[in-house]
Write a protein that binds this ligand. Sequence first.
Ligand code: CR6
Length: 839
Amino acid sequence: GGGETRVRVERMFGLMDRFLKSDPSSLQKDILDHVEYTVARSRFSFDDFEAYQALAHSVRDRLIERWHDTQIHFKKKDPKRIYFLSLEFLMGRSLSNSVINLGIRDQYADALKELGFEFEVLAEQEGDAALGNGGLARLSACQMDSLATMDYPAWGYGLRYQYGLFRQVILDGYQHEQPDYWLNFGNPWEIERVHVTYPVKFYGTVEDENFNGGKRKVWLPGEMVEAVAYDNPIPGHGTRNTITLRLWAAKPSDQIDMESYNTGDYINAVVNRQRAETISSVLYPDDRSYQGKELRLKQQYFFVSASLQDIIRRFKDSHSNFDDFPEKVALQLNDTHPSLAIAEVMRVLVDEEHLEWNRAWGIVCKIFSFTTHTVLPEGLEKVPVDLLESLLPRHLQIIYDINFDYIEELKKKIGLDYDRLSRMSIVEDGAVKSIRMANLAIVCSHTVNGVSRVHSELLKTRVFKDFYELWPHKFDYKTNGVTQRRWIVVSNPSLSALISKWLGTEAWIRDVDLLAGLQEQAANVDLHEEWRMVRKVNKMRLAEYIEAMSGIKVSVSAMFDVQIKRIHEYKRQLLNILGIIHRYDCIKVAYAILILFQNMEKSDRTKVVPRVCIIGGKAAPGYEIAKKIIKLCNAVAEKINNDPDVGDLLKLVFIPDYNVSVAELVIPGADLSQHISTAGHEASGTGNMKFLMNGCLLLATEDGSTVEIIEEIGEDNMFLFGAKMHEVPALRVKGPTLKVPLQFASVVRMVRDGYFGFQDYFESLCDKVEGGNDFYLLGYDFQSYLEAQAAADKAFVDQEKWTRMSILSTAGSGRFSSDRTIEEYAEKTWGIEPCKCPF
Ligand code: CR6
């Protein structure tokens, strides 16, 4: 009876503390318990990795408490929720970030010290969760941190790939890809929800069925797999709120296979079932273009279908009328990758919930917002109709129906302009008939966001011009941002402490605009000294890493000049390398003069500002030119680093396997960083913001979000160069007739002539930038690039000036926090409000 239940509940409450304690001895006990019972090692004998595992589990326990409380609170309040659908999340490591956001980093460090362990050393044991390619995926991760910190009722949904982004291994200077089977050592940051599963269906046919005196469509699928939820708690900073990143893994379905099981070949039947798991096995490593592969489409539908079943189930728990759906649900499409969600919502509402088509359409039009991350029309996904028809026959019909109604409406508005109608159609009638996913997303979303102001301008005037003219109100932008929690507090603890000391508060960690307070101190000599000290310590840490990894010794008094990002022609790592060759050549000439005249004065050598050039990044496995750029970088490095004439004046280091953790180490140690894409090609860029926050000066073109950085810190505090965005199209038309400086021809000649070896291999690379083929304008921009580099050298010699510029960079970085981005999305696009879980 009721009495018995109460006794039981009281007993259960009595057994547990309300919250886990965070004093040193409680932490120590928890860690040792996990050594003994979770990791199953003896507390008298365990190594660093096992200590890390135990530590991680004790943090996880604390995350789970807050996460439970938050979920209960959300359920009780039932606010409008934002569901962030993304095929990629680049979370990196979780340990340091979690304890810092929970506010118990120092307690843990003290507790561990007494046990004979260093927190930092254990944190290094953790591998990266690399479930994404680059900027788009890390942006999703930063935004999750902001959503949690700002108490928004948010869910992230994605795929739990068994293989993250490939590991890059450099052999003889060439990139090789190795699989990243990251779950091998277990993942303490996820919670497997064996009971949160949904069936996902594929293939089959669509039939007509009699219904209420009419007909309706039923999809008879041919294959079914199970989606299993893995929840990753995302803690906010300075709040109890801890939200969920729910990643789906594919498992064979429990239901009896629709293909016959009774053929007698039991072993083969089981092996076939197991193939279901391939859907969530591997992340596509190409961030350039859509491949039209069936597996990719399966991944997209798999995660969309499971997420929507979950979202609709949650909605139905407390609502019975779908007309309330838009008041409770906002669906964010991170690029076009999840845009099948549109057709899936229509299918569920019409086919399963039996809403009328027009009523369902009215709901769909209110819930989706779409963010595009690309400038190139080639980058937009197009799904071949044949592929869609076989994999998702009902969805194809729905898309055709949406398109039919939309085109009829469109004709009324713009008349029978067939060119325009066909450009704007969701269906492309080309050589391969296909579905334009971006058009689908634009037609069905209430808002289309770009990722920086200039990106949005390009969308409105070029990529989506037709749509902008039709629906100007739909188009907006939210300039990207990055989280200062990870990119300053976690990765640069000494700068973080320095900032708090000089601002007299730690409040900037949640309210980053306060960083502007550093401006008034930018000339303070005491701050200068401490600032330089912090930067030097970070450079030493980076120098140690470089030596451990490559054997190259670098001097910390040299300028550390960094370009780390995916390797792409438009990002122009090649321009950087050619600039380095030029610098090398100048040093050689100066050396020759020195020998000739035996006179230091006559030689420019003393004027050379020593540099350590650092380049890192992965090339998509099928991207030949990008791979050649990596090889060229390593070939040039080999030559320069072993040239006794050069010594400490110039070093070139290629950092292998660039990922989030490497970025956390490199960014705080950089003096100068390069963001040198051909103007008009980088939709936003987010690396520039991370360097800016860390007081690294930028050498950059006026592209993407850099344009807005200039507005914040002023062009005097950075080194700008290159053709402007509006000049680029005309320059391209001029192509072969463009004047290219002599120095450019001469460095390319050196590569062509085999000065760095591998003459044949590099030929096609040289062809890409000469003879009128220089699409990315390396030759045209070379002169102004060298001038910007010279300006950086000059500024670096004046350390006082440099330090002031560095402080002003950090001070001006507040606008580039993902907190600001998320607040804009919440208010302007999603219409959601904070829902704070009480302590
Ligand atoms: N490659 C853009 O190219 C932007 C990020 C995040 C990118 C980059 O400029 O900062 O998205 N685009 O918005 C895509 O991934 C399609 C990127 O990371």
